[in-house]
Design a protein around this ligand. Structure first.
Ligand code: SF4
Ligand code: SF4
Ligand code: FES
Length: 225
């Protein structure tokens, strides 16, 4: 289908539909512009929440690219699909009930040893994290490095979606970060603060609060110093 282009506009294909949109818009704005269902795949609009993952092929490109709808500016001739929620493999655990959880990484995510270092996850990551390297470091027990490398992760799921071994690098890293946090000694002041909070929950004042009606609660909060 050919479209007579208006000045200052580009033609893109979104989920199979050719549309003309003003240039300089992001893909998300272009979706809004066409009345696309905005309840799916829209979140922070700041590149932070990972809700708007997308795959696109720039005009004439041999290889598709990955990105975030709210951070990618439309390009004439691009072909885009938004990635719906991807069911990445997630282990179920309660970190506070595990002794030395870092030693149980392979019980939770045994597939990390199957990583072929193909690099697809790194190519897909919109945060430019060297994801395959983080997976290798997870295998090698370099957990502090994994935790540091994966800090910019926004949990967009793209690395898991492209992995042919069904590895979820972002959830592996999250487990490592939680396990390290549990094993580290907490600063003294933080421990004191937790004890204060615990005491508050156990004391009479808290019992009074949870038995209040909404009206009483509002009044209580207004008078709280
Ligand atoms: S896509 Fe999967 S197999 Fe390939 S490097 Fe990443 S984690 Fe390893
Ligand atoms: S590591 Fe994976 S989940 Fe995290 S931002 Fe990169 S692609 Fe998204
Ligand atoms: S809407 Fe949150 S990253 Fe795009």
């Amino acid at each position: 289908m050919s479209i007579n282009k208006l000045k200052g506009s580009v033609t893109i294909k979104i989920e199979g539909r050719m549309i003309e949109v003003p240039e300089n818009m992001t893909v998300t704005e272009a979706l809004w512009n066409t009345g696309y269902d905005i309840t799916r795949g829209i979140g922070c609009l700041s590149g932070l929440c990972g809700a708007c993952s997308m795959v696109y092929r720039p005009k004439g490109a041999k290889r598709a690219k990955f990105g975030l709808g709210c951070q990618t500016v439309v390009q004439d001739g691009m072909d885009v699909i938004m990635v719906p929620f991807y069911p990445s493999k997630t282990a179920h655990y309660n970190i506070s009930e595990l002794d030395h959880p870092i030693e149980k990484l392979r019980d939770m995510y045994p597939e990390i040893d199957k990583c072929t270092q193909c690099g697809r996850c790194t190519y897909a990551c919109p945060e430019w994290i060297h994801v395959s390297d983080a997976v290798k470091k997870s295998e090698d027990g370099k957990y502090e490095e994994v935790s540091r490398m994966m800090k910019p992760c926004i949990m967009c799921d793209l690395c898991a979606a492209v992995c042919h071994e069904d590895i979820s690098p972002h959830f592996v890293a999250l487990y490592i970060q939680r396990a390290l946090a549990k094993e580290k000694l907490m600063p003294k002041r933080l421990i004191e603060r937790f004890l204060n909070i615990e005491a508050f929950f156990n004391e009479h004042e808290w019992q009074k609060i949870i038995s209040m009606s909404d009206k009483e609660l509002i009044k209580y909060c207004q008078n709280y110093e």
